[in-house]
Design a protein around this ligand. Structure first.
Ligand code: 0A1
Ligand code: ZN
Length: 886
């Protein structure tokens, strides 16, 4: 057991802070060999803390990797006997009711490879303080329920760092001696330290503006390295759309005079919502037609919106403690998905959210790190920036929206923002506001926050012909998760419809009386609260086909004995687009599963071919939906659905089906490709995006079967592409094809063309690392040796190692165990420089229990090897030990 075993922190141990900070005045002196941070903090005892009121508890400040240079209390140096410093805390004894503490620390941003606190990304200084990075800058009560008014003076060399940014508004600037200068920023809004930010660099400024609903003009500024000058427009436009949408949908207006976005190349996550100064991973904000795919544009729009929306859901109303992380993240993801749905197709957005949830969040729920939306304990909070907190958290908010309806939900959110503006609160406060505004009892609903795991609904039905009544039985169970057994039934909104034999929507009368009134709706949201329910639908002259869990109305698994005929019927007739897509997925899953290990003479069900023929050929269907319906369920999802999964076998079965479809539909694919060629100028609207998507799917399928016409279409597309979606679509198709020369030539050309653009080089890495053909270990090793690879850059690490272990399932799960060994080696290596990234990358290994014994044993062995590493970080310790626990 390593000596640095991290402690477990429990929600039940929460105590209010003993001291509050009213103002934090910071002065940063930035140099090439380090930075000096002068901090002046105005403290007072917390009136809500009994202990500090009565006995004057010692003052404890968090600190991490700091060199303390001086400590002054109310103008006098603190005697060494009156304070102590450990690795994590600075403790000052005997402090008065009110006092000012001046702390000077020395830090080394240039050597900060963890990318927490103040660090250097290329030539610029930047910060990342969520969750506990501020303590790497100076000593501070680094917890979100301590909110202070910050001012920040930054001093640096004027030539190397002409731009000096922090939160709030600039209030003073000027020159200093030795070619240095300073800028002072003041943020009028009290905030927790995790929202602090600082940026210094030689950056280009892009300006725009937005006039708020009350008529205030807000300066919008984006700061990027000069070479990225042409990649800012989309983010700024997205920002303005998000600002307008939040006013319209939630009545929320921006509150400062300036809103800034900065792009940095080295960043552990996607982006950060620091007050007034959002910092983005370059890959999540920079885009141009030539360098970003449609998917990247979509991602940028949603992340820009997400960070902006945090200004209310996160910053104005923040979290009391990190157990409440989903208070801001779940709600904000809900808001950004609503926004994306409104900007494009709500159905397509719903399909995308459900895909992530069912593929990856359900896997998390079923794995060793399973936790509830509001966890009860953690070791390292950075390990809890999970899909459960983010996307399941968003689903929970979405269910409240479904239960209350849009108007009461809005009343609830208004009450929440009003009641808690300027406070640090809990998920319970959120639910309470929703209850108080709507009059609904959400008591049982709160279990969604407390119980981990994915509820399973087992559904059966029968039809009583003589009575004309259809019976639907729904049983819910919630599987055990680490530390949680014997769970309670949850409150589940279950949307459904019934279809008649001509595909028409039937009226849903739950009783004879309702039937008599003859105004029963065609879709209902049933509320499940018991372990089992039976519903009756009256007045049905034939057995209906049920359309279950419409719009994916709750994050649950549904089992129902669908026949293939029923699925085909729903694919064609369901009025709910989501369930049309879902029926297609279920049908494909059924067909693929049948092929796993099946003898050669078993053929692919002709009905699947027929259904896909219809999708590919009928140009009158909603093309954006069709583009989604043509994507077969991924190997990752198929594995998630299987106990004792044999990934290579799943992969072979899926390919067999795919190839069969491609051969059978070869002519239709060529026609679909040609029909969707765009002749006019490049556009980003939903129709153009759907056309490119359809064309790229057709191309990929054709190249999978070595079709010569497909090959020449692909070569032409690559050569003539005026945008990255087309270029990347062709490149990907060749990389995954059997055309070895074309693959080599296009990869080479792509690199030559884009080698100076890190965001595109990242795509170049990941298309290879994720490919069955180029993602063999020898090639992955070669990518790690490539001059453009950088062990300090999280994006490059994710593009190669993350894509290999997370997307290239067939090579990662090589039966010889080499993929596991490789990941273990890289994770150990990374743990010394960036433990956060190491702990995230290891996650594919943590799922070892899912796989067939010959795989799971080797995965376990790889985890043990990591466990035994010297100086294992706390981050990796938590993930690895929990994964290996019985
Ligand atoms: N709050 C950010 C995500 C974020 C979290 C942690 C970080 O560093 C450890 C960085 C960013 C968001 O939700 O966008
Ligand atoms: Zn967020």
């Amino acid at each position: 057991m390593p000596s640095n075993q991290p402690q477990t922190i429990y929600l039940s141990d929460y105590k209010v802070p003993a001291y509050l900070v009213d103002t934090a005045d910071l002065r940063f002196e930035l140099f090439e060999d380090g930075a000096r941070v002068h901090s002046t903090l105005a403290f007072r005892r917390n009136p809500d803390c009994q202990e500090s009121q009565e006995t004057g508890a010692p003052l404890q400040l968090h600190g991490d990797s700091l060199k303390l240079e001086s400590l002054v209390l109310n103008g006098e140096a603190v005697a060494t006997s009156n304070y102590s410093v450990s690795d994590e805390l600075l403790t000052v004894n005997q402090v008065p009711q009110h006092f000012t503490l001046q702390v000077v620390t020395w830090i080394e941003p240039q050597n900060n490879t963890r990318l927490e606190g103040l660090y250097k990304s290329a030539a610029m200084f930047c910060t990342q303080c969520e969750a506990e990075g501020f303590r790497c800058i100076t000593y501070f009560p680094d917890r979100p329920d301590v909110m202070a008014r910050f001012s920040t003076r930054i001093e640096a060399d004027k030539t190397a760092y002409p731009v000096l940014l922090s939160n709030g508004n600039p209030v003073e600037q000027g020159d200093l001696s030795d070619g240095r200068h300073f800028v002072t920023w003041e943020d009028p809004f009290p905030k927790p330290a995790y929202l602090f930010a600082l940026v210094a660099g030689d950056l280009l400024e892009k300006q725009d503006s937005f006039t708020t609903m009350s008529g205030r003009k807000v300066d919008l500024r984006m700061y990027v390295e000069p070479r990225n000058s042409e990649k800012c427009e989309y983010a700024l436009d997205s920002l303005k759309r998000a600002m307008a949408w939040d006013e319209q949908t939630y009545g929320r207006e921006y509150d400062l005079d300036i809103f800034m976005i900065v792009a940095v190349d080295d960043f552990n996550m996607g982006a950060m919502e620091n007050k007034g100064l959002n910092i983005f991973n370059s890959s999540c904000v920079l885009a141009s037609q030539e360098t970003a795919t449609d998917m990247a544009f979509e991602r940028i729009e949603s992340i820009v919106a997400h960070e902006y929306f945090h200004n209310w859901s996160g910053n104005r109303v923040t979290c009391r403690d990190w157990f409440q992380l989903s208070l801001k993240e779940g709600f904000t993801v809900f808001r950004d998905t609503q926004f994306s749905g409104d900007m494009g197709s709500a159905t397509v957005k719903r399909i995308e959210s459900a895909t992530v949830l069912r593929t990856a969040q359900f896997a998390e729920d079923a794995g060793p790190m399973a936790h509830s939306v509001r966890p009860a304990s953690y070791m390292e909070i950075t390990n809890f920036y999970t899909l459960t907190i983010y996307v399941k958290g968003a689903e929970v908010v979405r269910m409240i929206h479904t239960l209350l309806g849009p108007d009461l939900f809005r009343k609830g959110s208004d009450l929440y923002f009003e009641r808690h503006d300027g406070q640090a609160v809990t998920t319970d406060d959120f639910v309470k506001a929703m209850e108080d505004a709507s009059g609904r009892d959400l008591g049982q609903f709160r279990l969604w926050y407390e119980q981990a795991g994915t509820p399973q609904l087992a559904i059966s039905d029968e039809y009583d012909e003589s009575a004309g009544v259809y019976h639907l039985h729904i049983k819910q169970t919630l599987p055990d998760t680490p530390g949680q057994t014997d769970k309670q039934p949850q409150h589940i909104p279950f949307a459904l419809g019934l279809l008649g034999s001509r595909g028409e929507a039937l009226a849903l009368a739950l009783s004879a009386e309702e039937l008599a009134k003859a105004d029963a709706p065609q879709e209902r949201v049933l509320e499940l609260t018991e372990a089992s329910h039976s519903f009756e639908f009256h007045g049905l002259s034939e057995r209906p086909v049920p359309s279950l869990l419409r719009h994916f109305s709750a994050p649950v698994r549904v089992s129902y004995p669908w026949t293939r005929e029923q699925l085909l019927f729903l694919m064609n007739h369901d009025s709910d687009g989501f369930n049309r897509w879902d029926a297609g997925q279920r049908l494909a899953i059924d067909v693929i599963q049948q092929m796993i290990g099946a003898p050669k003479d078993v053929t692919v069900d002709a009905r699947l071919v027929g259904a896909f023929r219809h999708l590919i050929s009928d140009a009158d269907l909603d093309q954006a939906l069709v583009a989604k319906m043509l994507v077969l369920p991924t190997v990752a999802y198929l594995a998630e659905l299987t106990d004792g999964a044999d990934v290579p076998a799943i992969h072979r079965a899926r390919r067999r089906v795919l190839k069969h479809l491609a051969i059978a539909l070869r002519d239709e694919l060529v026609a679909c490709y040609r029909r969707n060629i765009d002749s006019g100028p490049y556009q980003l609207g939903p129709e153009a995006v759907a056309r490119r998507s359809l064309r790229n799917t057709a191309l990929a399928w054709l190249l999978l079967i070595n079709d010569e016409e497909g090959r020449s279409l692909g070569l032409g597309q690559y050569r003539d592409a005026d945008n990255m979606t087309d270029r990347m679509g062709a490149l990907k198709a060749f990389v995954n094809s059997g055309y070895d020369d074309d693959r080599a030539a296009s990869l080479n050309d792509f690199y030559q063309t884009f080698q100076h653009d890190p965001q595109v080089v990242e795509q170049w890495f990941s298309v290879q690392a994720a490919s069955r053909r180029t993602g063999q270990l020898s090639h992955i090793h070669a990518l790690l040796e490539h001059p453009a690879f950088d062990w300090k850059n999280p994006n490059k690490i994710r593009a190669v190692i993350g894509a290999f272990a997370g997307q290239n399932l067939v090579n990662f799960h090589n039966p010889d165990g080499s993929g596991y060994q490789f990941l273990a080696d890289q994770v150990c290596k990374l743990d010394d420089s960036n433990p956060q990234i190491a702990a995230r990358l290891v996650s594919p290994l943590t799922r070892w229990r899912k796989f067939a014994p010959e795989y799971s044993q080797q995965m376990q062995a790889a985890l043990m090897q990591i466990r035994d590493k010297e100086n294992l970080s706390g981050d990796l310790y938590e993930v690895v030990y929990k994964s290996l626990a019985d």
